[in-house]
Ligand binder design. Structure first.
Ligand code: SF4
Ligand code: SF4
Length: 524
């Protein structure tokens, strides 16, 4: 007989007065927590299997259910926390690596919450974003050191003439001479981060793609290939090339607006990925270009990259393959040596560097890695931006940062610390209904997001998903404009890496030093 050493983490309270035994909760729970007892026409619940996703509670038509987190039933011990004990019991039961999902929930400092943004008072007027134009358009890619223009003589090639100085006859015949590298144009400095078809449902992918297209930003295929239903959103797609090379061929590369080589992700630096064979359905096998039912294993390293020179070769091979028409970036986890690593990536020829911090999300990762490896994105952003500026190569690549961007204030602080744009993953899933139960790796997501079960995936209507994501982008963009206007600034470009507009609170001198910001109360 199995030894039962852990109690359920959640308690389900059912109000018998309100419950009408409609069995909605029985049908809604993919973890089989609720069961209908036809003998006495009641529903019984087995709390032990509950993951706290709150689906049944949300769907109950009479509000009869309440799902509550339970206090762990262990004797208080400052050294052996309830989490240690529960994990030890689970590992002694199963004998394997403990898997988890989403970003780390360890109580490490969240630097965003220790950084304050500035506002204009008296000496420089604030700007009302409802009445005055505000520019938050962002370009991702290599920027030129300087721009050169030339005159177009006579009638020759008037169609290409650029009016750069305001519309007089004379200047209307001037055109850009410098060759500009391919850029991604974003209407807001927010991009949906890499989430593969396989780790999330096709309806979730459809929602991300359609919202990107309608709002004028981008989503990222992750390492799962590009489903043909998403081809119509190609102009707003960043295609990823990961170590498993799933779904990568020349058509795939040409479909993307940009290409991102994935070296690592914040939740699992230094290790690969694994989509079990039972999740590799026919549709996923077609998209990933692997046989149905086989494990999709991404090796920890790219087996053709063991140095910056190797990385440079791949960057240039991808540019060559796509005729130098697309920006090629590299995604890495924020690790201790991130500043020189980012410098190497820029020198290798990348047009953008994506950095995913310690609290970055995932569909599945070993808990020990997710919670103990890497550094917070706030520190990584500041140190990479600083290093690239010191070396005089900041303009050679854009910086996209990720790893728990939770609100518009995180966005503006990230940009002031030195990012060009942010990736959001978990926030986008929450907008679509995710309740952060952190059980994506089971494939039983009751909200229809991190699942391939046809019964569950129907729970996410892609039209509703798209609308909710559009609302999120719109709300955050308006809030970014509000904060910019409040600081008397009318273009996001002016705040990028402008750390004078940030102040730290409750941080040590060393932390302030690495963030490159002053303490609250210190003037300019
Ligand atoms: S797992 Fe979710 S749906 Fe099932 S009982 Fe718990 S809260 Fe309800
Ligand atoms: S996507 Fe689904 S399974 Fe994953 S954390 Fe959110 S609600 Fe839970």
């Amino acid at each position: 007989m199995a030894l039962k050493l852990t109690e359920s983490e959640f308690g389900i309270e059912r109000d018998a007065e309100k419950c009408i035994s409609c069995q909605v909760c029985v049908r809604q729970c993919s973890n089989d927590v609720h069961d209908f007892d036809s003998d006495d026409d009641t529903i019984v619940s087995d709390n032990q299997s509950c993951v706290g996703c709150h689906r049944c509670e949300s769907m109950c038509p009479t509000g009869a259910l309440e799902v509550k987190e339970r206090e762990a039933q262990f004797k208080t011990n400052a050294n052996w926390s309830p989490e240690h004990l529960k994990n030890l019991y689970k590992q002694a039961d199963a004998g394997g690596v403990m898997l988890t999902s989403m970003g780390s929930d360890k109580p490490y400092p969240i630097y965003w919450d220790h950084i304050l943004f500035n506002a204009a008072q008296v000496t420089n007027p604030s700007i009302d974003p409802l009445r005055e134009p505000m520019e938050i358009k962002t370009f991702i890619g290599k920027k030129s050191n300087k721009l050169e223009f030339e005159k177009v003589h006579g009638d020759e090639d008037k169609s290409q003439a650029k009016n750069i100085l305001g519309g007089t006859d004379k200047v209307s015949k001037i055109r850009l001479k410098s060759k500009v590298s391919p850029q991604l144009e974003l209407s807001t400095p927010i991009i949906f981060s890499a989430m593969s078809y396989g780790s999330i449902s096709l309806n979730a992918c459809r929602s991300l793609a359609a919202a990107s297209s309608e709002f004028g930003t981008y989503y990222n295929t992750g390492e799962g290939g590009l489903h043909q239903d998403l081809y119509k959103y190609a102009k707003n797609t960043i295609v990823q090339v990961a170590s498993g090379r799933f779904g990568v061929d020349i058509d795939y590369l040409n479909k993307g607006a940009a290409i991102e080589i994935k070296i690592g992700q914040g939740a699992k630096p230094g290790i690969g990925g694994h989509l079990p064979g039972e999740k590799v359905t026919k549709d996923i096998s077609n998209t990933r270009m692997i046989p149905e039912g086989t494990d999709a294993i991404s090796p920890a390293p790219h087996h053709d990259i063991y140095s910056i020179e190797d990385l440079s070769q791949l960057i240039h091979a991808l540019k060559e393959a796509t005729e130098w028409t697309k920006p090629v970036g590299v995604k890495v986890s924020a690790v201790h040596n991130i500043a020189p690593i980012a410098s190497g990536i820029v020198r290798a020829g990348a047009d953008f560097v994506s950095i995913d911090g310690l609290r970055g999300g995932t569909g599945a990762a070993p808990q020990v890695t997710r919670d103990n490896v890497g550094i917070p994105i706030e520190l990584a952003t500041a140190s990479v931006d600083e290093r690239l500026r010191e070396e005089g190569i900041r303009h050679k690549a854009s910086l996209i940062v990720a790893g728990s961007i939770r609100s518009s204030s995180d966005v503006i602080k990230a940009i002031a610390l030195g990012a060009d744009a942010v990736y959001i993953g978990t926030a986008a899933l929450i907008a679509m209904g995710c309740h952060l139960c952190q059980k994506c790796y089971t494939g039983k997501c009751n909200w229809g997001i991190a699942t391939q079960d046809p019964y569950l995936t129907k729970r996410l209507n892609p039209e509703i998903g798209t609308r909710r994501l559009l609302n999120l982008l719109r709300a955050w963009s308006l809030e970014v404009k509000e904060m910019l206007g409040g600081a008397g600034i009318n273009a996001i470009e002016s705040i990028r890496g402008n750390r004078e507009h940030l102040r730290g609170i409750s941080l040590s001198d060393r932390e302030l030093d690495i963030l490159g910001i002053k303490h609250a109360g210190e003037p300019w």
